[in-house]
Design a protein around this ligand. Structure first.
Ligand code: UT7
Length: 328
């Protein structure tokens, strides 16, 4: 028995904001030229005020369930990878989503591993199915706009909102499966990408003002260097382990934080940029949602055939990183 992705789905909020609009509307000292040349980002989507991380995830989930002809009450578990849950501590967004979907027979939990969350989620979902569950929904969803520091041009231009999901089920076919993953973390770099305030380390204090420490902080250069190394290592390790050549892979689907990270990794690996599936120009960095949004886009554009080999790569807060080898 193996585990396959039965279907994928994604949801993009309707408010698309170009770099120029971002600079003007949020009063940021930046330019389209700087953002494009330093990151490859041209726009991002922001959720409406009344949209939540779980409502964004709901739309993506419904699409995947419909595509596969699976009813919500057939789900055995929902794994919700996010850094921007509806509630800071609890309840889990997975439980909120479970109620929205009417997935009354499902267990539900959040998976907090930043931009690598969906990569971890696929491997955990696979294990649950190998352990006896029949249908598991793996969600990657973010409303990062809630945590952007509009005074910090180093970070606020980089992120967007969105959701992507994969519905997993068992298969007897060897043509289509999640067949390996590589999951790692470098906790020594944990302070490089964080929201300082609000956890048990720096708890909220009654009467304290909301200040910059309540929003995303990133040591961009440190994370950049880590990210290039992480992408290079994950691709190399999974390819070598399975004796794969570049031509065996249809696409490498990397987390999209900065196009220059992928260009640097491509150069180090000697694998051309065309092998990497990129949509950062339109979506910016949607953290845990990035890889499933890209998978859904590839599926809808018809660029994937059954049996195609795909290698996903994630990296980010933690500093966690990893990848999955998928046969579509
Ligand atoms: O998903 C999680 C993982 N995240 C990542 O992997 C992101 C990793 N980091 C990066 O992608 C890059 O480090 C950044 C995009 C964050 C920064 O790019 P950079 O080329 O490393 O820029 P820098 O930090 O070296 O800054 C260069 C200059 C600075 O000005 P000075 O000090 O040289 O005068 C910055 O103040 O660019 C300035 N700058 C900007 N200028 C206009 C930084 N952000 C902006 C901006 N607009 N938005």
């Amino acid at each position: 028995m193996a585990v396959e992705i039965l279907s994928v789905g994604a949801y993009t909020p309707s408010k698309r904001v170009t770099n120029d609009e971002l600079a003007e509307n949020y009063n940021i000292d930046t330019s389209d030229e700087w953002i494009k040349s330093h990151t490859g980002i041209g726009s991002r989507y922001f959720a409406a005020e009344d949209e939540t991380c779980s409502s964004i995830a709901y739309h993506a989930s419904v699409k995947a369930l419909e595509k596969a002809g699976v009813k919500a009450d057939e789900l055995d578990c929902i794994i919700f990878a996010t850094s921007t849950p509806d509630y800071q501590i609890f309840p889990a967004s997975a439980s909120v989503l479970q109620e929205m979907l009417g997935a009354g027979n499902a267990g539900a939990f959040d998976l907090a591993q930043g931009c690598t969350g969906f990569i971890y989620g696929l491997e955990v979902g696979k294990s649950l199915i190998l352990g006896g569950m029949k249908k598991v929904l793996v969600v990657g969803a973010e409303k990062l706009s809630s945590y952007l520091n509009w005074n910090d041009r180093n970070t606020c231009v980089l992120f967007g909102d969105g959701a992507g999901v994969a519905l997993l089920g068992e298969t007897e076919s060897v043509k289509s499966e999640i067949f390996d993953s590589y999951l790692r973390s470098e906790g020594s770099g944990a302070e490089a990408l964080k929201v300082q305030k609000g956890g048990s380390k720096n708890p909220l204090i009654m009467g304290d003002p909301v200040d910059e420490d309540s929003f995303i902080f990133m040591d961009g250069r440190l994370v950049y260097n880590f990210a290039v190394r992480a992408v290079t290592d994950v691709v190399k390790i999974l390819m070598e382990k399975h004796n794969l050549k570049e031509e065996d892979l249809k696409y490498i689907v990397p987390h999209q934080a900065n196009k220059r990270i992928i260009q640097a990794a491509s150069k180090r690996l000697g694998i051309p940029m065309e092998k990497f599936y990129l949509n950062i120009e339109e979506f910016a960095n949607t953290s845990a949602a990035t890889v499933p949004i890209a998978l859904n886009e590839m599926d809808e554009k018809g660029v994937l055939k059954k049996g195609d080999l795909i290698l996903t790569v994630g990296f980010g807060a933690g500093l966690a990183y990893g990848g999955n080898l998928l046969r579509w």
